[in-house]
Design a protein. Structure first.
Length: 208
C-alpha cells in the first residue's frame, strides 16, 4: 500500500537518492533479485540516527548484503559495526561491497542466526537494528534491553508491514510478530518509542 501520495513519495526518493556508485549497484542488485532492502529514504534516517547518538558500536540483526550497514557506517566516525546474516553468500557480498566503499576494518560479518549471535555479544551497544524474519521480532526486544546502553537506540524496520497491521489481528505469523513487538514496545517502561511512517514503517526506541 502507498503510505503517502505517489508524487510525494517520488519527491522524497529524489531527496534521499545518493550518487555513490556502490549504493547504486546495491540498489540495482536488490531490484534485479527482488531482495528487500531499507532503501535510500530509510537509509538516510539510519545515517542520521547514527550521527545523532555518536554511535561507535552497532549490531544488526539481519544484514542481507550490507545495504543498511553501508548507511550506518556513513554515520559512524569510528567504532565497529557487527553484521549478522543467515546466508554466507549474502554475508560475503556485504563484506565485498563495504570493503569497496572504504569501510574495511570498521565492520565484522558473522554468519548464522542473528538472535543467537547477538545473544553471545557483550554490550554496551549504541544501536541495535532489527530486520530479521518478522515472526521472530518479539525475541529481539530482550536482546535490545540487555545490549543497549541508556540512550541507545533499538531500530526496527517494516513495522507497518504493508498495512497488514491495520487489521488489528493476524492469521499469519509474520504480521503477528510485528503486532506483538509493537505492543511490547508501547507498554515497555524502559523504552520510549515512536513509529515513523517512512516507507514500510520504522520504529525508533530509546532505552531510558
Amino acid at each position: 500500500m502507498n503510505l503517502v501520495d505517489p508524487q510525494v513519495d517520488r519527491y522524497l526518493a529524489e531527496l534521499a537518492e545518493s550518487d555513490d556508485p556502490i549504493l547504486k549497484e546495491m540498489q540495482e542488485i536488490a531490484a534485479a533479485r527482488d531482495f528487500p532492502i531499507v532503501g535510500p529514504q530509510v537509509g538516510r534516517l539510519l545515517e542520521l540516527l547514527a550521527r545523532t547518538v555518536g554511535a561507535r558500536r552497532i549490531v544488526e540483526l539481519g544484514s542481507g548484503f550490507g545495504y543498511s550497514a553501508f548507511w550506518f557506517l556513513r554515520g559512524m566516525r569510528e567504532g565497529l559495526l557487527t553484521m549478522t546474516e543467515g546466508s554466507a553468500e549474502n554475508s560475503e557480498q556485504a563484506s565485498r561491497f563495504l570493503g569497496l566503499a572504504g569501510f574495511a576494518g570498521r565492520f565484522e560479518a558473522k554468519v548464522g542466526d542473528g538472535l543467537a549471535i547477538a545473544s553471545s555479544i557483550g554490550g554496551p551497544v549504541d544501536i541495535l537494528f532489527c530486520d530479521i524474519d518478522k515472526h521472530d521480532y518479539p525475541k529481539a526486544l530482550p536482546i535490545a534491553r540487555r545490549l543497549l546502553r541508556p540512550g541507545g537506540l533499538f531500530i526496527v524496520d517494516n513495522m507497518l508491514w504493508q498495512g497488514k497491521v491495520l487489521r488489528g489481528f493476524a492469521e499469519d505469523a509474520t504480521t503477528q510478530g510485528v503486532l506483538e513487538l509493537t505492543a511490547l514496545l508501547k507498554s515497555s517502561p524502559d523504552f520510549a518509542t515512536t513509529l515513523i511512517p517512512l516507507r514500510d514503517g520504522v520504529t525508533v526506541s530509546v532505552k531510558l
